[in-house]
Design a protein around this ligand. Structure first.
Ligand code: NAP
Length: 256
């Protein structure tokens, strides 16, 4: 990719970290259909290239651009963000969709897994979204999106550190929203319930499950409506409200 390529696209630009699969991939497709140019970031470059080629079909000038990157390589992030934003003065949306949810046996306490979850789901998000915050607080515009989870609303017995990573992300995004409000920068926290992606392919009995394109459509609507927090689908808002009211001594007896 050459300098100025994104610029020639003359469209609003969305940068999506975690665009090679699942929700991030679906959001890239959806936003491109809406008229965005998309900068696609993840580790699996072949998947990103394939996605970019599909999105670029039928366009004279390309509108999708792959950038291979591992979000735990934090030191690379400022330079990569600069590279993308210099080539894309139209950058107005940054989405952090990268995440992992390793399986955890009921009696398993594995620090190596826990560390990776925090590094990718939380520290990677902070490293990327801090860069977006810096830029948008100067340009006085822009939208930052973090993909959290309903799992962050309560400490269930299942996936301890995954839930903790999403709870911390939720609080980080709230704080970022408050800090950036005077600059007119919009921060959206997305809390999906189950979505049919490679991350959840092994799970059974997933209530109110959405296809990735359905989740992407709801997320895009919430971006345009400048919502602060959106549950995807919306039914999870009252469900999680009820779940949050359950006293600890009862909640700990529940098996889910
Ligand atoms: N699916 C659900 O039911 C569900 C529900 C609630 C919340 N979420 C959240 O939604 C987000 C997207 O999940 P998904 O379901 O779409 O999962 P997915 O299909 O497994 O996609 C995960 C994405 O994260 C990227 N990623 C993982 N580790 C990375 C790293 N070290 N560096 C850069 N990118 C990395 C992957 O790209 P590479 O592997 O190519 O790097 C991939 O693009 C996650 O934050 C997840 O926690 C999902």
């Amino acid at each position: 990719m050459t300098s100025g390529t994104l610029l020639r696209a003359a469209r609003p630009v969305a940068l999506i970290v975690g665009a090679s699969s699942g929700i991030g991939e679906a959001l890239a497709r959806h936003l491109a259909k809406e008229g965005y140019a998309v900068a696609l970031v993840a580790r699996r470059i072949e998947l990103l290239r394939k996605l970019a080629a599909e999105i670029n079909q039928g366009h004279t000038d390309p509108i999708a651009f792959p950038f291979p990157h591992d979000t735990t390589h934090y030191a690379e992030i400022p330079a990569l963000f600069q590279q993308i934003s210099q080539q894309a003065p139209g950058l107005e949306l940054v989405v952090y969709a990268a995440g992992i949810m390793p399986t955890l046996a009921p009696d398993e306490f594995d620090f190596t897994k826990d560390q990776s979850i925090i590094e990718i789901n939380l520290l990677g998000a902070i490293a990327w979204l801090n860069e977006a915050a810096k830029r948008f607080s100067q340009t006085k515009r822009g939208t930052i999106v973090g993909i959290g989870s309903v799992a962050g609303d309560r400490g269930r017995r299942g996936n301890t550190v995954y839930a903790a990573s999403k709870a911390a992300l939720d609080t980080y995004l709230e704080s970022l929203r408050n800090r950036l409000a005077p600059h007119d920068v919009h921060v959206l926290t997305v809390k999906p319930g189950p979505v049919r992606t490679p991350m959840t392919a092994h799970l059974k009995n997933q209530p109110f499950i959405l296809e990735p394109h359905q989740a992407a459509m709801r997320i895009a609507k919430s971006i345009h409506a400048r919502r602060n927090i959106v549950y995807v689908p919306g039914i999870w808002r009252p469900i999680m409200w009820i779940i949050r009211q359950i006293p600890s001594f009862l909640f700990r007896k529940m098996s889910f």
